[in-house]
Design a protein around this ligand. Structure first.
Ligand SMILES: [Zn+2]
Length: 414
């Protein structure tokens, strides 16, 4: 801070000197400094430094003064044009950060932004960068996305990203559920969705909230089913020894009176018998996002999280689970949404259009996917620079295609 201020004093001294045949005067330099935030009561504190700098400047030949001034101006100017990344708190010793794409499709320009922001911070402070593929909802998976997300993560991070697949970590999530049952902070709820909705509306506890530890453990086992149940293909056979789909969920005991209805005893795990593209029928119980994210953020020792503003409620739910497990919640920033006008960013819609042969593939040059932009010759650093320019802003922005590509083209040339 002080160093910066000294540079400013020197810049104004040089400017004043150059306007007056090489001799700067204290009065005009000090009045210029008022514009830079110098307060009247601080003049005394800086007076000595200011006269020292003026003496030093005045001792230089005019040619030297010109050179010095240009050098300083350029530095100040560069900083104004590109401020660089805002600092993160408690990051000096390194950071562990992540992004968590869903394998419903490959990356598009919106993903590239949040990907790059996280990566830039890991590169700035040192540390680890995880790409965690969130595939614990077996219904929402586009199998080729696994390979695309892996390849594109490597490309976009120049090899820095460490890829993790959540469906390969199921036993860890199950362990945490058992831990939470033992802590009596979750329960197995067998109410129907409609019933539970009514409890939420009336701020009333559901009867399952009173399950004993033993009852919860038994019901949890019934959710998992026996090995025999898991192997059996008929629904009737599975249901005989365990709960069926939709018959039981694990709920977190937050409070049924929370002023935000979305926080009231939210679910952490459910039964889904859809065949998973990687795991097949090995698992019946799948963790919901708030559980798997919390477990992984704890296990991977996440220090800082940058996420979309739309995840505010989820962050709050995750913080509650962190608290009961007595873990420190990572520092979190919320990003505003960039609404890319005249560009379709829904991977589901893109996929349908590709299947209808409206596009040649994910790398069709008309699509705003990373596959397409990579093929068109954009380099990872162009996306990084775009992210750096946007920074950690919480306000929403609207950007059209032309504006986006003008910026990206410019960054790509640099
Ligand atoms: Zn219930």
């Amino acid at each position: 801070m002080i160093k910066d201020f000294e540079k400013k004093i020197k810049a104004y001294a040089l400017k004043n000197a150059l306007a007056h045949e090489g001799k700067a005067m204290q009065g005009p330099v000090i009045s210029s400094l008022f514009n830079e935030g110098l307060k009247r009561e601080e003049v005394g504190k800086y007076a000595k430094k200011i006269s020292e700098i003026i003496l030093e400047v005045n001792s230089l030949p005019v040619k030297e003064q010109e050179k010095e001034f240009e050098k300083l101006e350029k530095k100040v100017h560069e900083r104004e044009v590109r401020k660089g990344l805002e600092e993160l708190p408690n990051a000096r010793k390194g950071v562990v950060m992540r992004i968590a794409p869903s394998p419903s499709g490959p990356y598009h320009i919106g993903h590239a932004l949040i990907f790059s922001l996280n990566l830039l911070y890991v590169n700035k402070y040192g540390g680890k960068f995880y790409v965690r593929i969130e595939d614990t909802n077996p219904e929402n998976i586009y199998t080729p996305a696994y390979r695309m997300l892996k390849d594109e993560s490597k490309w976009l991070s120049k090899g820095k990203a460490k890829i993790v697949i959540q469906s390969e970590r199921m036993e860890i999530y199950y362990d945490y559920i058992k831990k939470l049952i033992n802590k009596k902070t979750v329960y197995v709820c067998t109410c129907s969705q409609e019933q539970f909705k009514e409890f939420i509306d009336k701020k009333k506890d559901c009867p399952c909230r009173k399950n004993s530890l033993k009852e919860n453990m038994e019901k949890w086992k019934k959710m998992l089913g026996s090995e025999q149940v898991q192997a059996s293909s008929s629904k009737r056979e599975r249901d005989k020894n365990g709960f069926g789909e939709g018959e039981a969920v694990v709920r977190f005991k937050s409070s049924m009176k929370d002023k935000n209805p979305a926080m009231r005893d939210f679910p952490l795990a459910r039964i889904n018998l859809t065949k998973h593209p990687l795991q097949g029928n090995k698992y019946r119980v799948w963790p919901l996002m708030n559980l798997s994210v919390t477990v992984d953020d704890i296990e991977m020792k996440m220090t800082h999280i940058i996420r979309g503003k739309d995840h505010r409620d989820n962050a709050e739910r995750q913080r509650m689970i962190f608290n009961v497990l007595k873990k420190k919640f990572p520092w979190t920033a919320f990003l505003g949404k960039i609404h890319f006008k005249d560009m379709e960013l829904s991977t589901t819609k893109m996929r349908q259009a590709i299947e209808k042969k409206e596009y040649k593939g994910w790398d069709d040059k008309r699509l705003p996917t990373i596959a397409s932009l990579k093929k068109r010759g954009y380099k990872p650093s162009a996306f990084w620079k775009f992210a750096e320019q946007v920074g950690l802003s919480e306000s929403d922005k609207v950007m059209d295609r032309e504006e986006y590509f003008k910026l990206l083209d410019n960054f790509n040339k640099q």
